[in-house]
Write a protein that binds this ligand. Structure first.
Ligand code: COA
Length: 157
């Protein structure tokens, strides 16, 4: 597996991974409610992806196996991890753990001491296992009951 910066040609494959990851893996969050799911998926389009990777203060990274994109994540220059989605075909093989390491390394390179994110219910335990701690009460996102604000100190002691 290789982790690299996304390029515009990745748009369709990245959208497919994000859409499948949300639809198939995040049922604890959307509870298979079509209204919530549609709202969540509404900006997971190639057009949105293009704007996303052209955003100058944002890094979009993809995990690739052969020619196949198996995960995508993003981190801003301010250390906010805004996305982390693995393909259902590659779940629980260490892919998100490796991608999170790369996103944190990028945040560190940009001068951050901490990373912040808002976790889904689905990924909450995963982030805790990576050392993230909850920093406040659950937030409402996509009309779902909860998004958990979390943060982790990433700078070397
Ligand atoms: C939870 C999720 C993020 C983990 O990603 P992954 O690539 O499958 O996970 P990895 O293989 O890198 O790491 C597995 C870790 O997840 C944790 N984990 C959480 N739930 C788990 C479960 N049901 N079974 C096994 N491991 C689980 C474990 O701590 C495990 O750590 P370990 O390998 O040290 O035991 C992913 O499976 C998922 O569901 N993604 C959906 C999209 C999403 O919610 N993204 C977050 C947006 S904020």
């Amino acid at each position: 597996m290789e982790i690299r910066d996304a390029v515009i040609e990745d748009a369709h494959a990245v959208c497919e991974v994000r859409r499948r990851s949300i639809s198939e893996l995040c049922a604890d969050d959307h509870r298979n409610d079509p209204e919530i799911l549609n709202k969540w998926l509404s900006n997971k389009t190639p057009q949105h992806f293009a704007a996303w990777i052209l955003q100058s203060d944002n890094s979009v990274l993809v995990a690739v196996e052969g020619d196949t994109i198996i995960a995508v994540g993003a981190v801003t220059d301010q250390g906010e991890i805004t996305s982390n989605y693995v393909s259902p075909d590659a779940r629980f093989r260490g892919v998100s753990r490796a991608l999170m390491g790369a996103l944190e390394a990028r945040a560190l390179e940009r001068g951050n001491q901490r990373c912040h994110l808002i976790s889904t219910e689905t990924a909450r335990r995963f982030y805790q296992s990576l050392g993230y701690v909850e920093t406040g009460p659950p937030d409402c996102k996509h009309d779902m009951s909860s998004g958990y604000p979390m943060s982790k100190h990433i700078a070397a002691e």
